[in-house]
Structures are given as structure tokens and as C-alpha cells.
Ligand binder design. Sequence first.
Ligand code: C2E
Ligand code: MG
Ligand code: MG
Length: 713
Amino acid sequence: MPVVDVKHGSLIPKRVAEGVERSRHMERELRAQNERFSAAVENMSHGLCMFDADERMIICNRNYVDIFRLDARVMKPGIRFLDILRHSVDIGIASQSADELYAIRKPYIDGAKASTYEEVLSDGRIIIISHRPLAVGGWVSIYEDVTEHRRAEEELKEQHRLFDAALANMSQGLLMYSAEGRLIVRNQRFLDLCNARAADFKLGMTHRQMLEKLVRLRIFEPIEIDAEVARTKACLQAGQPRSSYRELVDGRTLFVARRPLSGGGWVATFEDVTERRRTEERMIHLAHHDTLTGLPNRSMFRERLDLALEDEAATPFTVFSLDLDRFKAVNDTWGHPAGDWLLKSVADRLQRCLRNETDVVARFGGDEFVIMQFNFKGVANAEKLAKRIVESIAKPFRDKRREMHVGISLGITIFPHDGKDADTLLKNADTALYRAKREGRNLYRFFEPGMDAIVQARRALEVDLETALPRQEFELEFQPIMNIASGEIIGAEALMRWHSPMRGTVAPEDFIPAAEETGLIVPLGEWALRKACAAAAAWPSGLRVAVNASAVQLGSDGFARGVISALAFSGIPAGRLELEITETVLMDESQAVLKALRQLRELGIRIALDDFGTGYSSLGYLRRFPVDKIKIDRSFTRDMRNRDTAAIVRTIIELGTELGIVVTAEGVETEAQLDTLRDLGCIEAQGYLIGAPSKAADIQRLLTSRAQHSRAG
Ligand code: C2E
Ligand code: MG
Ligand code: MG
């Protein structure tokens, strides 16, 4: 298309027109290019500013103006670089003077080589400025606001610092593994826990290598590494945490917890739980053991018993129920520390009596013990153990200052013969024990089906006995005692009777042991003392009253006080009261009992040793505690026709004469017996021949008439 010069209205020659056309085209091209360039510059994410060789601005973009908060009206092309700096100082964005800023930039501008530097603005923002020289002279500067980026970087750095500090100060050891299963973090505490060096556990090691190293360095006890690696892997893959205890070679225990990380990999923490574990173990031990003796306690015994009941290989087995005899006396006399010591010693001896590794001895509390004996091969088996125990416990217990004597009674049940479950077995063992106690202590008894009824009967008796005293069902009878040489009655022994409305008259042998067991003997004995002394007050003066006192009574607090108050109430002099005690009282060697007896004796009360010859008949304690009288048991009197028995009786009488102790023979029923005793030099006699026990009123009549008779004669 021809180009027409509209202004001149003539056609421009073709060549010229072509030239014009070309230059117009170029102009358009240039404009388009400029527009594209401007658009590109404008849309850059960085600030940009271009200067010519005269340091005048050619072009700048919006970002540049924004970064420096410049006035767009000032920022016209052609403005000198220094003026821009001045402007920035004027608006207060620059943190230095324009000259200073210019001086900093001058070398880059003159050097005409690419350079980058940082400028901090007055508002704290950080701008990275890169200069690049232009081939035609001048330069282009690119500006980047890196404030946010820097802050994020700083934050990350701070986070790392905190993380490091946290890691270093953790009480737990920590290892972190990457998704590839390699060690990427390891804190100092981990090394401390393992007493290891950093070089031992380098970053980059795999879980397996770590475990191998821990075992090789003799930190961990040997473990199955394949299995351990597999277990951990399986748990972590399932996204589940896994924890376990790890025993160290030096005896410590670590608690190891592994937790999967969200981005793959996992964290393992290591905690020294040695102390906690020990405490836990102690607590468990405490819950299952008796603190005093260290033996298993009731709950642990029950667990073992239940296990044994389910275990056919353990069947049959026996359960022993054991109870100390005279333990209360030891406790009361020597005090609780001595009682504790004794229980510990008993526990020791019981343990030594067991021959089988699997046998169990436990303490149920107080002086109650139980034993489970396995490998039962017949009654003889259990009998052997029972005998061993009785013999072992019968031996005196000596500590530095004292010697204690106790005995033990045992009740034995056999599984499954005597019971199919734990409760029945234990109950029946108790029943057998009860029987052993009743039959005289220091005994063992096997459970028998009939025993149950006997025990029930005994319990019923105890219950009845409890109400008998307030209901005044007791009475005293008196049996006269005669001086053999003169034939005179010198006094009487008080013997207790129980007239039960349900049972009729119950013999003392049937209710005294039950009263001792329940402790009722203490108030009952005190009642007898008062009653006997009161009765004696009505007798002719000079006649003595003998009252039986049981070991339990003597061991109780306030016994001596009770005796003294009975005397005071009745008004009879101490010399008219005789206390009959048995050998066991002296054998207990309980200091408190001996002290009380000595005190009473000093007041003038006489002490008689009852039933002599039936117990241990050890005369040794006579030296330690001098008694005033020995009463030969009626079984000897009855059997005096036997030469051996006669010899024993003679020996006792001779010994009494030598020691100045009065000897009384009990149970004299015939003239022949009385003659023999007289011949042997026995001083006193008591028995049906002289007079049966009779009511207080009757005995008073008898004594008064005899006294009148003898005065008359
Ligand atoms: P003990 O102290 O040895 O009393 C003597 C026992 O022999 C009495 O039995 C008496 O009745 C009995 N007896 C007396 N003469 C003869 C005889 O010629 N032949 C036979 N076969 N027996 C005779 P009892 O009254 O049944 O008392 C039994 C035991 O009960 C007493 O033996 C004593 O140990 C105890 N006892 C009785 N009363 C009391 C008491 O008040 N307190 C305490 N702690 N025990 C008592
Ligand atoms: Mg007596
Ligand atoms: Mg007697």
C-alpha cells in the first residue's frame, strides 16, 4: 500500500516512501518491544531500576517504588541516581545520608561489574541489591525485599537452637531415625546412659547396626537382634508405638519407647528406670510378702494354692495349718520386739524344715503359718515333715539375752482327699489344727471328717461360756487337804464348776481350755480368787485356801493386783492363800510372770506346783523359782503299786524334804495309798478318801466342826 503524505498532498517518491515505511515499521516494532519490556519489568517480582551512563534513570518498576516507598511523581525517567537517594533520605526510608549511600554504591557503579550487597532500611527491612553493568554504559539494579525470608530463616535457626537445647537437656536419651531407617539425631543423654562416646554411635547408622553395637560394647544384655528389628519394624509400619524394658549388663534397666514420626522414620527414647523398677518390684514383693518374716503372705499363698489346684502334676499335695503355742506369753513378757524376733526365727526354722524346693511356707499373720507340701507319697511323708517341725520349734530360741520356749501345733489336710477347693482345704487344716491344740499342743493332727462336728461343738461351747459369767452359772466347790501325820485338815482347794442350763454341770477339764483359748479365763479366774478368799474368810483361822491359776491368767496384766485386791476384799492374811500353778508357767521363763509370782510370794502367798510329774518334770526350774509346795499328780498316786511309779513318788518326796518343800499327794482314794504315802514321808494328802469336792456351805460346816473337834480333843 502506497504511503501518502497527507500534509503535502503529494505522493512521496517510492524509495523514500519505502524508507519511511521501514522506519515506521521499526518504530512500531520498537514501541511494541518497549511495551513488552515495560510489561515484563512491571510484572517482575523484584524491584528494578535502570540507569544510563550519566546515572540518570531510564526506567523503574512499581515494585522498586514500593520497596523504597518512593513518590511515583518524583520517580520520572531522567532523574539522577543521587537525587533518588536524596529523595529516599527525605522521606525517611534510608538509614544513612544520601552521600554515604552514594559512596557505598559508587565503586560498583564505576567498577562496572556485577555485585550484590545488602541494605537495611530505617524500618528494619532488609533489601538485597544486585547491580549489573549494561553494555551501553549505565547499569541495572534489582531489589529484593528479603525481610520475611530472613525472619523465617531466623525462626528456623531459633527453632533448631531450642530443639538442640531441649535434646541436650532431656532426662531421656533420644534417637531419631529417618524414613530410610538411619540415625539422624542422637542426644548427649543417650551417650551418657550408655557410657559411650559419640564416635560409637555415628549418625547414619541403621537400627540393626545400633543394636549390634550396643550388644558388642557390652551395654545391652545379648538380644535376638533379627527379632528385635523385625518387631520394631512391624509396629512402626502399623503406625503403633512400641515400648519395652531393656536390661543393661551393669544391672540397670532402661525403658525404651519408640514412636513413629508422621513423615516416616521414628523416635526412640531411653529412660533409666532402675530405681522405679526396684521400687515397683519392692511394692509387688510387699503386696505378696509378709514384711516381718519375708515369707509369702496370705494373698500370695492363695495364688500358689490356686495354681496347685489346677496343676494335675502337683496332685496330691498337703496343706499344713500351723500355730505357735505360748506365743502370746512370749509377746506379753518380753515385749513386741522380742515377739517379732521370735516370729522371724520361727520362719527361718520352718523354711529349713522344708526339703522340697517347691514347698511353700507362708505367714498368715500373728503366729499363724501355713505350708504347702508337694511330692506327697503318703501320710508318712507329711508326718515326717510335721515331726521335724515340732522338734525344730520345741528347741529353745536364744538371742543375746534371753531364751524363749514356744511350741507349735499343726493341722494337716490332703488334696484332693480332704477338700477339692482352697477354702475347704484351709478350713479343714484349721479344724485339724484346732484339734491338735485341744489335745495338748506341740502336736500334729490330720484332718478327719468327724473333726468338723467336734470343732463346731467347741465353738458352740465357747459361745455359751461367754455368757456364763454374767449369768452367774459358775460355782466353786472345795476339797479338803489333810496333813498325813496329824490327820488334821489344813485347808481346801477351790475347784470350779459350771452349771450350764443347756449342758448341765460341765467339768473344768471341758471348759477351762476353752476359757483359756478365748481369754475368758482372766475374768473367770479373778472371780474364783475373790470367791475363794471370801469363802475362806468364814473358815476357822489358820486354814488355807488353794486356788488354781492358769498360765494365761498369770501372763495377763494386773494378775498380781487382782490377787492382792481379792485378799483385801476378804480380809484374810496373805499366808492363808495358796496359788496352784502348773509347770508350764515356770517353763515359759517369762520374766513378767516370774516377777509377779515373786512379788506375791514376798507378800506371804504360797505357791504350789500342781500336777507334778505330768509335764516335763524338769526340776531345773525349781532352782530358779522356789515353790512352797509340790502336788504329786493323782495318776502317780493311783499307780503306786507299780515299783517304778513308787520310786518316782519316793524321789519327789525326798527331793521335797531336802529342799524344804511340802509335798502333797493328789487323788488319794484308799487307805493303802495313804499308808504308802505316810511310809514314804509324804506330808499332805488330798482325795476322795479325805473328802470329795463339796459345796462351800458343806465344806465350811466340815471345817468348823473338825476345828471344834480338834479343840475339844
Ligand atoms: P487339779 O487342780 O489337779 O484339781 C484336782 C482334781 O482332781 C479335781 O478335778 C478334783 O475333783 C479331782 N480329784 C480330787 N480327788 C480325787 C480323787 O480321789 N480321785 C480322782 N479321780 N479325782 C480326784 P476337777 O475339779 O475336775 O478339776 C480338774 C482340773 O481343772 C483341776 O485339776 C484344775 O487344773 C482345773 N481347775 C479347776 N478349778 C479351776 C479354777 O478355778 N481355775 C483354774 N485355772 N483351773 C481350775
Ligand atoms: Mg489344783
Ligand atoms: Mg492337780
